[in-house]
Design a protein around this ligand. Structure first.
Ligand SMILES: Nc1ncnc2c1ncn2[C@@H]1O[C@H](COP(=O)(O)OP(=O)(O)OP(=O)(O)O)[C@@H](O)[C@H]1O
Ligand SMILES: [Mg+2]
Length: 314
């Protein structure tokens, strides 16, 4: 069984169906991305699984525990980094983190140690006594993250943790999340930025208007809208090389749709498969052709989202 199983989750706010029969499963130890436009129901889903809000229908199982029956135990497993920064302005950075970690039972030396480590982890170790009102937006975001993870949760839920931070802080945050995963945490990560999700998430669910549009690896999602990718190989041909013959050979390979060449740049359109590019490269190597550069173009997740839903992500 998956670490998180969400089955037919449905949540109404009055008449509005914010989450509509949603099915998602997250494996232990993965970084799972949840993407969708404003109002798609991402935060609502996260609020349900972190026990912050009730739901109307469906089933949520986390680490084998049923959300309807084992709320308290589930709460102990989770670290939540909310979309709206939730820190206390009158407390210092260290006091804030200690406060949140203490809610999970940490006390005394252990509490201080874990809180300092969390602040170090987000790059705020030299700002322990700074209060949020004197922090930049990016620093507050990082403090928000430290508050959510100091107690060492097994399951971390992050709701747009990089909104409004500069490129450097963003990179720091993304790296930190991958370190948390390496340490064994399971992470659900929500973002508007496709490029972030592509980088750090092994699987992604796309939701729109409360419903699941598609889920899978980036590769699986992209292949829902197209199965062809273009591979561009800039090559140095040996003297007297018969390019036409070589191109014919490439064209005869299974899964190759088209081959052309201009100024020593080959363009090969192939059906996307796990080892597709490797098989092409092998052909070049066999012929003693040096590859100067190689790049591949496949539709990005933004294009895929547009194709599947008929509108932009934002
Ligand atoms: N407490 C609430 N009361 C009433 N309606 C709500 C409440 N919270 C969210 N909604 C509505 O539920 C829908 C889903 O909102 P939600 O915040 O889950 O979306 P989201 O995907 O997180 O969007 P964003 O990208 O803007 O954060 C929206 O239509 C929103 O207006
Ligand atoms: Mg949200």
């Amino acid at each position: 069984m998956a670490f998180v199983e969400i089955k037919n989750l449905t949540k109404y706010y009055g008449e509005l169906c914010a989450v509509d029969h949603l099915n998602i499963s997250v494996e232990e130890g993965e970084i799972f991305g949840l993407i969708g436009p404003n109002g798609a129901g991402k935060s609502t889903t996260l609020h349900v699984i972190t026990t912050l809000t009730d739901f109307d229908k469906g089933e949520v199982i986390i680490d084998g525990l049923d959300l309807r029956k084992d709320k308290v135990k589930i709460k102990q497993l989770i670290g939540m980094v909310p979309q709206d920064i939730a820190v206390y302005d009158h407390l210092t950075a260290l006091e804030n983190v200690k406060f949140f970690a203490s809610l999970y039972g940490l006390r005394g030396k252990e509490l201080t140690k874990a809180s300092k480590e969390a602040l170090d982890f987000v790059g705020l170790s030299d700002r322990l006594s700074l209060k949020p009102k004197h922090m930049s937006g990016g620093m507050k975001r990082r403090l928000n993250i430290a508050c959510g993870i100091a107690h060492g949760p097994k399951f971390i839920v992050m709701d747009e943790p990089t909104v409004g931070v500069d490129a450097q802080s963003r990179e720091h945050i993304l790296n930190s999340i991958q370190i948390l995963r390496e340490r064994g945490a399971t992470v659900i990560y929500t973002s508007h930025y496709m490029n972030e999700v592509e980088i750090i998430c092994n699987r992604i669910a796309i939701i729109d208007k409360g419903k699941l549009v598609a889920s899978g690896t980036k590769h699986q999602l992209v292949s829902l809208v197209t199965d062809v990718q273009s591979v561009y190989i800039h090559a140095k041909l040996p003297m007297g090389f018969l390019a036409e013959d070589f191109m014919k050979r490439l064209r005869n390979m299974p899964d190759v749709k088209a081959v052309s060449m201009k100024d020593y740049m080959f363009r090969i359109d192939i059906i996307m498969k796990e080892n597709g590019i490797s098989r092409i490269v092998e052909q070049f190597i066999q012929q003693g052709i040096s590859i100067i550069s190689i790049k591949s173009e496949e539709p990005d997740l933004d294009t895929m989202f547009l194709t599947l839903t008929g509108h932009d992500l934002r």
